[in-house]
Each structure stands twice: as C-alpha cells, then as structure tokens.
Design a protein around this ligand. Sequence first.
Ligand code: F6P
Length: 340
Amino acid sequence: MLVLDERLWVKQMKKIGVLTSGGDAPGMNAALRAVVLTACQYGIEVIGFRHGFNGIFQRDFQILTTADVRQIAHIGGTILKSARCKRLPEPGGPQQAAEILHELCIEALLVIGGDGSFRGCVALSQHYRGQLVGLPGTIDNDLDGTDLTIGFATALETALEAIDKIRDTADAFERTFLVEVMGRHTGYLALSAGIAGSAEQIICPEYGEVVDVADIAADIRSYQQQHGACSYIIVLAETMYPAGAATLAQELSVQSGTECRAVVLGHLQRGGSPVGSDRILATKLGAYSVEQLVAGHAHMMMAGEQAGQAVLFPLRLTGAQHKKADPFLLAWQDRILQQH
Ligand code: F6P
C-alpha cells in the first residue's frame, strides 16, 4: 500500500492522462473537451489513452491539444475509442499499468466510464502513485453518487423516439409490442423510457427478477377487454428474459391470443449526438474533476452531480448500493397497471 506523501500530487501538476472505458456513452467527447480545455488553463498537458485501459498497456496514446477537442462536443461515441480491458483485472495487470503510468510521468488519470471501469481504478490505486478520478459515463445511470450519468439522457431520448414510432404502427395494427431497452442490471432506462412513452407495462429488475408470462398475458387480455382492440406496449429491460425478447413475444402471442412483436433497440441507444443536458453535464463534470484534482481533492473520487451541484463521491462506493430506478415512479407505474 502506498502512503499519501509517496503520491505524485505533492508537486505542481504537469501531465495527466484521460481515457474512455466500457460501453461508450453520448457525451464522452464533451467530457474530454472540458477536461482538455480546463487542464490547458492550468498549463497541464493531457495524454489521451486509446481504447480504454488497453491504451496504457499498449502505450497507445496521443497528446490531446485544445485543437483536438474544440469541436467534438456534439459527436457521439468517443474520439479516444473505448474497450473493456481484459489485462487490467488479471494478476499483475494493475501493477504493470501503474508502472507504465509512472514511466510516462502521468500524475493523475481521469477515467470516463461505468462501474467496471471504476473497479479497474480501485485495483490500479493499489500500485499507482498519482490521483485517480472517475467521471460517470454510461447510458445505464446505475452509479451511486450522481443523479445522472453522462449519456443517460441521450439514450432515453433515443429509446423514446423509437417507442413513439412503434406506437404508431402498433396502433395501426392494434398489436402488442415488446420493446427491449438496455440498462444492464438496472431498470433506470426501461422505467424512464416506459413512463415517458406511456407504456402499458414495464418489465424491469426493480419489479422482481422473474417474468411471469401468464400474468402479463392476462394483463394484455384484460386491457383489451376493457378498451377494445388497441396497441399495447411493454418495455422490457435487457437481462430480464434470458431466452430473448423474440421468444417472449412468441409466448405472449400464444398466451394472450393477440399478435405480439419484439423490437430490440440494443446498441442504437449508445449512439447519436448527445442531447444538450448530456453535453452540459459532461462539461461540468469534466471541468470540475480537473479543478478538484489540481486542488488535490479528487483522488479515488468520482465527479458527479447531486441536486444541481457538482460533488465528489468515493469511487469505491459508486456501485455499492446497486442504484435502483426512482421508487416513486416505480410505485406509480405499478398502480397504473393495476388500474387498467
Ligand atoms: O453499460 C452500457 C451497456 O450499453 C449496457 O447497457 C449493456 O448491457 C452493455 O453495455 C452492452 O455491452 P456490449 O457493447 O459489450 O454488448
């Protein structure tokens, strides 16, 4: 274990690293822009590692100048590329990564990513003498310590646009549609897209891990008895039905006696130009994280936003509570379902 005064930030900071890791999220580029522009104000050079933590192991990096980032905030994906790194969790991985960072005189590393990337930071912190700072970049919005993650708002808009379009064709054919959205182990995206899209039903982990096909089919039948032949949209969180949305749609068709189709939105939700609120969040957290690390406050912290304020939150705790979707909206949606 390193003791505090062995770490590098006791002297004036000259060079920091940044990388984007895990599932890309719209707004990562806006965060990179803010990091580089802010660092430049402090006279700090920024090294961008490409393909997540792999860029450290492969010494695949570039100096990021203000010219590189000036006009990237509106672009989806990440100019640094992203990846899930296999080497980092392996034995000796964190030590090797730390040695390379020391060799390159990287005094702090900013990691823009989700829970897996932050676990990588925790492992790295055992060996790395610089500051490690996280920025929440994931469409899943599954990190504690921030109200929203960078990318969630855009993914929600994308899912919603798709659901609204599906509603048109579902109405025209009076069909049932199952729309599968991402979110990994949390139903944040499913609940938000489902509520905003007036879905008749939302299936997400917060309502229980088991999908009761007979129960859903009964709900569809009773809804259509009450309202006549009409569209019925079910938003399904990925991972809820391991056999897949298409299989569930088939089973529902048989059991409900109505035509049910499946649409899997998948990686569509990760793409596209970030919406304004994601660009602003990314800019705020990018700038704030650099300011906090210059002040020496940010080691092993994630820069997040709570009630409109930029805050630091311990990186180790970002996945501890298994952040759940809004309990108020969950309960409301459940009551609406009973009311059908
Ligand atoms: O964490 C972001 C995310 O898009 C999840 O919503 C999803 O489960 C996962 O990444 C998909 O990962 P991959 O791109 O490796 O298929």
